[in-house]
Ligand binder design. Structure first.
Ligand code: 13P
Ligand code: SF4
Length: 304
């Protein structure tokens, strides 16, 4: 039998001894929160990674998040608890494909969703996350942008900014695109009073039902501050797990059982303990690529 409390105690002791910080995305198994110094969305985690003065960052998230932390803190050791935890959307665009996309539209600035590899970010003018994508594109003050890799987030941004033409790369998140209109209709029929909170990686036919569209922490903040008592959560299960744990007086319904990111769920407390002990699964980024990617990420972080 797993003793989660015992594992958490060991990790918390070791992390102090080693001057390590543990960052966790809100799609992680909720047990990661027992040891995480900070839990949040991609944007908040990027900021935390840039600010921490710990020697080691253990990143409870997927590969691109650990890479982003390494790019922002090259002098730190960044460890990924389970090295298999990649983002399926990020894997849909590689260096060759982003270059081909750029060649199709010469001189159009490139906005790169952080859910992408370091070498793809290095080809971008600026990065964005789901929390700041609209704001980032607006801040560029240009009539046209290329947006990669998420077609659906890019389309959402274009719909919010009618004066900007957003040309999207055909990537997507299998977890969010797997959420269907029928799933939302069924959940609404079962919970007619519930507010519908949707992540912008979903298909536009799904976001059309939303009372609120936002990043994972945007959704959590909305649920916390709303007077409503019931919510249909149209994003990954980890958000429902945390909301259910933290707001006992409210009810949260996951839109459908399939809304799970299998890769985010790979990291366990055992993995966190092992990488802290052995310092294995270190994430490296080539310095030349990191320098270019850092510019794109720092431009994003500078946009308020
Ligand atoms: P956030 O930008 O809301 O953290 O989401 C990241 C992600 O991977 C969504 O699938
Ligand atoms: Fe990537 Fe989708 Fe998983 Fe987010 S939910 S990490 S976009 S595969």
């Amino acid at each position: 039998m797993r003793n989660i409390q015992h594992l958490a105690e060991k990790i918390n002791k070791l992390k102090k001894e080693k001057n390590a910080v543990i960052l966790g995305h809100c799609y992680q198994n909720a047990e990661i929160d027992l040891v995480a110094d900070f839990v949040g969305d991609s944007l908040q985690l990027s900021r935390q990674a840039a600010q921490t003065d710990a020697k080691i960052i253990v990143f409870g998230g997927v590969y691109f998040m650990a890479e982003t932390a390494k790019i922002l803190s090259p002098e730190k050791k960044v460890l990924l608890p389970n090295i298999e935890s990649g983002c399926r959307m990020a894997d849909m665009v590689d260096l060759k494909q982003i270059k081909e996309f750029k060649e199709m539209y010469p001189n159009v600035p490139v906005v790169c969703y952080v859910n992408s590899s370091a070498e793809v970010k290095a080809e971008a003018d600026i990065c964005c996350t789901s929390a700041n994508a609209v704001h980032v594109v607006k801040s560029m003050n240009v009539p046209k942008v290329l947006f990669a890799p998420d077609k659906y987030l890019g389309t959402y941004v274009g719909n919010q900014l009618p004066d900007v033409e957003v040309i999207t790369y055909p990537g997507y998140c299998p977890t969010h695109l797997g959420i269907l209109v029928e799933d939302v209709e069924k959940a609404k029929a079962e919970h007619p009073e519930a507010k519908v909170l949707v992540h912008p990686e979903c298909h536009q036919a799904v976001t059309a039902f939303a009372d609120y569209i936002g990043s994972t922490t945007g959704i959590m903040k909305y649920a916390k501050e709303s007077d409503a008592k019931e919510f249909i959560i149209v994003t990954e299960k980890g958000v429902v797990d945390r909301l259910t744990r933290d707001y006992l007086e409210k009810k949260f319904y996951l839109v459908c059982k399939r809304a799970v990111c299998p890769n985010m769920k790979l990291n366990t407390l055992e993995d966190v303990l092992r990488v802290l002990e052995t310092e294995e699964n270190e994430v490296f980024v080539d310095e030349e690529i990191a320098t270019k990617a850092r510019k794109a990420i720092e431009r994003m972080v500078a946009v308020n």
